[in-house]
Design a protein around this ligand. Structure first.
Ligand code: NAD
Length: 495
């Protein structure tokens, strides 16, 4: 199979047309499996952001007046186009991001599902009312759009994550500026070709490529009303703080360090298979990846043996090839960081039950691969146990009781996801009740909410109030307005 890619020129999309960014700085985009350069991201400036915001501001007054039922007609068309281009988009995700084709298919499906859910905006946007709050006086709550909204995405889900926000934002009558990750801009180029084909009014959806300068220009721009961000916790904190300081509505999904707990009554064969998919799927570059496994009581030994086998047998390679179960990490820097943390863990006393460093994948010597790694014997308090690794690394630990495990779950910086493996309903309920995280899995290793549920997150994994997806997204992208009204012809009381 040929894996050669031509270098594509990457453009911004502003005011209904493709535009070169006004810059001379470009970031090379590499296929992380082959090391080939496949594009160059223009590192757009504040003036490119300004142009996009002007276009979005100009489009907003007319767009908000288009009835919601007509606005979602564009989403019906977009869904059809995404389905028709599903294979092509999935392959692009694999080529620029590294995940397997099956994982890219899953990503696309969730993106499409969000478009489908946003097609329900005519119902989701409805307010409520009360007649006769006083004699002859009625009160109602209506939802109105905000204006220009910005969406800032991370590298690990180039197609899906923007769709946690985009379809809801425009269905609610807002206009949008999207900034993809500078490391994976190509999937969004293809998606914008589909958006172009929708023939939306110019300026309703705009694309600005680049890095932190684009983000900072968004945060400082007075005409942007709301910011939706997904990325690392350090950047999420920055985006949250600056957005709040400049008076914007903001929702920021951050990083994670997700624990999974295995009770002695779990089925170790099935549980280890599910945990392996969670820890090593997407090469561990998933905010819902399991990265710490806690064996309770008798569970630890059989679980380690079962997960060792799953880690050793996982086939690593270029995600477009048949049979490959895990791709590379995103970059050489990322590989060095992941391998450095494995080395640090070993220096801190861990045993590498499976050591995935120095991976050599035949035909793909320039790829940035780290194979599945299982560590044992690290103290629960160690730095590596608590740092987000964002690679295919699982550390396994032992505690005596479910209460000890829940204390650990609730003790870290992050609160994105925690999972329990058990056959006891009582323990499952206790865990679900007490775990202080946004997403809980019971015998599920990647508790990824469907598009009609919020993608939750808590503590250091989420900053804000309303999440992406579903009803939360519609609430985020609308302003509640309360009206109290009395009509002279309907006086029921004389003054
Ligand atoms: P990142 O924070 O490096 O980048 C995210 C976005 O912020 C990018 O668009 C980037 O250009 C921009 N950015 C980066 N540094 C910046 C800075 N200093 N100032 C302003 N903008 C900046 O994240 P990433 O490496 O692309 O993505 C991986 C991270 O995202 C992981 O921590 C992962 O857990 C997290 N993530 C979280 C979720 C979730 O739902 N909680 C989902 C996916 C990914």
């Amino acid at each position: 199979m040929s894996v050669t890619q031509t270098t594509e020129s990457i453009l911004n999309y502003v005011d209904g047309g493709w535009k070169n960014a006004a810059v001379s700085e470009y970031l090379p985009v590499l296929n992380p499996a082959t090391g080939e350069q496949i594009g160059s991201t223009p590192m757009s400036s504040a003036s490119d952001v300004g142009e996009a915001v002007r276009a979005a501001s100009k489009a907003y007054p007319a767009w908000r007046r288009i009835p919601v039922g007509q606005r979602i007609e564009y989403l019906f068309k977009l869904r059809t186009l995404m389905k028709e281009n599903y294979e092509d988009l999935s392959r692009m995700i694999t080529i620029e991001c590294g995940k397997t084709l099956a994982e890219s298919h899953g990503e696309m499906l969730r993106g499409i599902e969000n478009v489908e859910v946003a097609c329900g905006t005519p119902i989701l946007i409805q307010g409520y009312n009360s007649e006769d709050i006083a004699s002859g006086i009625d009160e109602l709550m209506i939802r109105q759009p905000l204006g220009v909204c910005a969406i800032i995405a991370p590298f690990n889900f180039p197609a899906m994550i923007p769709f946690w926000f985009l379809p809801y934002a425009i269905a609610c009558g807002n206009t949008v500026v999207i900034k993809p990750s500078e490391r994976v801009p190509l999937t969004m180029q293809k998606i914008f070709k589909l958006i172009e084909a929708l023939k939306l009014p110019a300026g309703v959806v705009n694309l600005v490529n680049g890095g932190r300068d684009v983000v900072n220009a968004i945060l400082e721009h007075p005409d942007i009303r709301a910011v939706s961000f997904v990325g690392s916790s350090a950047t999420a904190r920055h985006v949250y703080t600056r957005s709040a300081a400049t008076g914007k509505r903001v929702q920021c999904q951050g990083g994670a360090k997700n624990p999974v707990v295995i009770l002695p009554d779990a089925d170790f064969v099935t549980s280890s298979e599910i945990v392996a998919d969670s820890a090593f799927g997407c090469a561990g570059q998933r905010c819902l990846a399991a990265s710490v496994a806690i064996g309770v009581g008798e569970a630890t030994k059989p679980f380690i043996e079962a997960i060792r086998q799953k880690a050793e047998s996982r086939i690593t390679g270029f995600g477009l090839e048949d049979g490959v179960q895990m791709g590379p990490v995103i970059s050489a820097e990322s590989r060095a960081r992941v391998e450095g943390l494995i080395g640090k863990a070993i220096n801190d006393g861990a045993k590498a039950v499976v050591d995935g460093r120095n991976a050599k994948i035949s035909k793909y010597e320039k790829g940035t691969f780290v194979k599945p790694t299982v560590l044992e014997g690290l103290p629960l308090s160690s730095e590596v146990t608590r740092t987000e690794i964002f690679g295919p690394v699982l550390s396994v630990h032992h505690v005596n009781t479910i209460d000890d495990a829940i204390s650990f779950v609730n003790s870290g910086e992050y609160g994105n996801m925690a999972c329990l493996f058990t056959t006891s309903g009582a323990n499952a309920r206790k865990f679900r009740y007490e775990a202080e995280v946004g997403n809980v899995g019971i015998n599920v290793g990647v508790a990824a909410p469907m598009a009609y549920f919020p993608f939750s997150g808590a503590r250091g994994s989420f900053f804000g109030d309303l999440h992406g997806q579903g009803r939360d997204a519609v609430e985020f992208f609308t302003q509640e307005k309360v009206v109290v009204e009395r009509w002279p012809k309907d006086w029921t009381r004389k003054f």
